[in-house]
Design a protein around this ligand. Structure first.
Ligand code: PHE
Ligand code: ZN
Ligand code: ZN
Length: 392
């Protein structure tokens, strides 16, 4: 099923593209194909900038004004780290907060996940300790390794694939995460070199705000994040939501809703809701006036049928308008959260975390599902408008 998405997207884009030179109107299909080609839209990256520029052009072609709102923050980046056995490099990923540098020592296989009891069973002093993922936070494993006198730490994933994680704080110990295959290749007593290349630097994020000229106090804000994580093309997370926002703008452009709406593509979501937090902080007047904030994150793959979470009255109105709509508890995990915390009624549209979540395989999103989210959001807006004009 998911594989269907891009094939449909590319096929339709090809079918729709006329002879060279004449401009076909953009569609969800053509937008999807175009933006995916830029690659992962990590905040601060060239691909992120290309994607942003493309969206701005689409909003402007529809007759909206766009503006950029820049912000900066510090981010911890892995510049490429590995564990060397002899001259053979095995891949590893730096856990956020790790010390950088190079450590050469022999391997000690610690039985278990790296609790203090696990470390008591071995002598890890001066060695590169190897523990399994699980049960306790990475930061605690690292603290226990430090207490045991280890010179470095390797955390072996307990499921297939790469392990991205954070220690939760800056540590003086070099810590790498490795796949189960790399973990299985490490032998007790073997000399290894942990090479951890990390950098903490300032990142510049840019939110894009589109609205009809003269709209300074929108009633509705439709938003989604355009950034993605390193290595993931982010088709579902969250080109799908960004395209839903653009498609909404397209659908309402000649209706009264356009004059009451703002459309925002947030940056820096993957680094901790940076863009939405900055927006809420920098626009207290706008935020206070909002009747609702609609957030779209991962609406292009149907892990579950489309569901909404958030403000209970909005959820109720949306479900009355679209009875098949599922519900879930919306937590603090996407751009609606800072709005919700500021007292804005939010409605978060989501179809679940697919199997390629935050992975290189996140290349598929189904335009029909994206449009489905837009249809539903518009019905919900109508329902809420109806309730408001009925004096409720
Ligand atoms: N906001 C998360 C991300 O962008 C995705 C997510 C959505 C997680 C909903 C949990 C619930 O990675
Ligand atoms: Zn994500
Ligand atoms: Zn997301």
């Amino acid at each position: 099923m998911p594989q269907f998405g891009l094939r449909v997207a590319l096929g339709a884009a090809l079918l729709c593209s006329p002879a060279l030179g004449s401009a076909a109107p953009a569609t969800v299909e053509s937008d999807l194909a175009t933006v995916l080609k830029f690659g992962p839209r990590v905040t601060g990256s060239a691909a992120g900038e290309q994607a942003r520029t493309y969206f701005e052009e689409q909003f402007r072609a529809l007759g909206y004004d766009t503006r950029r709102e820049g912000f900066t923050y510090a981010r911890f980046d892995d510049l490429g780290s590995d564990v060397r056995v002899g001259d053979r490099p095995l891949s590893g990923l730096a856990l956020q907060g790790t010390a950088g540098g190079e450590v050469s020592a022999s391997v000690i296989l610690v039985p278990g996940v790296g609790t203090p009891e696990d470390f008591q069973k071995v002598d890890a002093r001066g060695k590169v300790a190897v523990v399994k993922r699980g049960q306790i936070p990475f930061g605690q494993k690292a603290r226990n390794a430090l207490t045991a006198g280890a010179a470095g730490l390797i955390v072996v994933n307990n499921e297939a694939g790469d392990l991205h994680g954070t220690l939760g704080e800056r540590m003086v110990l070099p810590v790498l995460a490795v796949t189960p295959e790399v973990g299985a290749a490490l032998r007790e007593g073997q000399p290894v070199t942990l090479r951890v290349r990390v950098h903490e630097g300032e990142v510049r994020g840019v939110n894009v705000v589109a609205s009809k000229s003269g709209v300074t106090q929108p009633d509705w804000l439709f938003g989604g994040h355009l950034d993605s994580v390193t290595g993931a093309p982010g088709a579902n997370d969250n080109l799908s939501g960004s395209l839903a926002v653009l498609e909404l703008a397209r659908r309402v452009v000649s209706t009264p809703i356009a004059a009451r709406s703002s459309f925002v593509l947030f940056d820096g979501e993957e680094d901790g809701l940076r863009g939405s937090r900055v927006f809420v902080k920098d626009h207290p007047g706008v935020v206070q006036h909002l009747k609702a904030m609609f957030n779209f994150d991962m609406v292009g793959v149907n892990v579950m049928p489309l569901a909404v979470g958030g403000d209970s009255e909005l959820v109720e109105a949306a479900r009355q308008a679209v009875p098949t709509l599922g519900t879930f508890r919306a937590g603090g995990d996407s751009d609606h959260a800072p709005f919700s915390q500021a007292g804005v009624p939010v409605l978060f549209f989501h179809r679940g975390l697919d199997e390629h979540y935050h992975q290189p395989g996140d290349t598929l999103a189904d335009p029909a599902l994206i449009r489905g989210a837009v249809d539903t959001a518009l019905k919900a807006v109508d329902a809420v408008l109806g309730a408001a004009s009925a004096g409720k």
